[in-house]
Design a protein around this ligand. Structure first.
Ligand code: NAP
Length: 259
């Protein structure tokens, strides 16, 4: 199926590894030119080079912390006009509601709520003026069903979800479509770090922690960045124009809910 986005230009934040990388890869496979971003320049340059070689698209790599004002200014100045924005950043650390202080919440809100909002505010006017745009926010399964140890994530991502619900309906008429993608557990470095914390807390090995978690998922396994990226590419396609402000769960059936 031709997604109809060949020749478009996308900014994919936090994309040297993991889910962001999966999205960059699948957009490139569909002919989209990329602006990729991560903090670490070496892994980012390598990912950009691999994608150029595999898909023959233009790839610009901008090393910057997307959760800071300076980082965003650097990325936006280099990116210029884009047709597609994929918002992503590292997730907040796990912990307990008894320990989190105001500063912990401010950091989580900055990274996982206010950063995507700032990038939408900067880039959507151009998309609206050109009459076409797509925004995908990588959030979390925790938006549908809270994860106890990820209260900072539960809170920040719920805030972003409320913002998207209201804003998506104000820009859709200008051809700009915003949706959220909600990952359940996927086999990335983030999953390794979460499972390492579980293993340490419960006195088991990393493999045991992963097997135990996989056994709780109806699909019986972790998701892949490739599957995730393919869904993202569809949400960025010509065919997603009637899907407005939705929250698409990719969790192998983990969230036990009818709707
Ligand atoms: P990951 O494998 O750890 O990859 C994170 C990517 O983001 C890396 O390329 C990293 O590169 C970049 N990055 C992190 N912080 C950044 C920042 N401040 N500025 C720019 N780039 C940054 O993580 P992932 O599993 O793909 O997760 C992506 C998002 O989905 C996270 O918010 C995570 O909480 C959420 N999520 C993941 C899962 C899962 O199972 N994997 C489940 C639910 C939600 P640098 O470190 O070099 O910057």
């Amino acid at each position: 199926m031709d997604l109809g986005i060949s020749g478009k230009r996308a900014l994919v934040c936090a994309s040297s590894k993991g889910l962001g990388r999966g999205c960059a890869e699948m957009l490139a496979a569909n002919g989209v030119n990329l602006v990729m971003n991560a903090r670490g320049a070496e892994a980012l340059e390598k990912a950009a080079e691999d994608i150029r070689a595999a898909h023959g698209v233009e790839v610009m790599a901008i090393a910057a912390d997307i959760t800071t004002e300076e980082g965003r200014a650097k990325v936006l100045a280099a990116a210029g006009d884009v047709d597609i924005l994929v918002n992503n950043a590292g997730g907040p650390p796990p912990g307990s509601w008894q320990d989190w202080e105001r500063e912990d919440f401010i950091r989580a809100l900055d990274a996982n709520m206010l950063t995507p909002i700032a990038l939408m505010k900067a880039l959507m006017p151009g998309m609206m003026a050109r009459g076409w745009g797509r925004v995908v926010n990588i959030t979390s399964q925790s938006v549908k069903a809270p994860i106890a140890v990820l209260g900072l994530s539960n809170s920040a991502r719920a805030g972003l979800t409320g913002y998207v619900a209201g804003t998506s309906r104000q820009v859709a008429g200008k051809g700009v479509i915003i949706n959220n993608l909600l990952p359940g557990i996927h086999a990335t470095d983030r999953a390794v770090s979460l499972d390492t914390a579980v293993a340490a807390q419960d006195g088991i090995t990393l493999e045991e922690a992963m097997d135990r978690r996989a056994a709780t998922i109806p699909a019986g396994r972790y998701g892949t960045a490739e599957e995730f990226g393919a869904t993202c590419a569809f949400l960025c396609s010509q065919y997603a124009g009637y899907m407005v402000g939705q929250n698409i769960l990719l969790d192998g059936g983990s969230t036990n809910a009818t709707l």
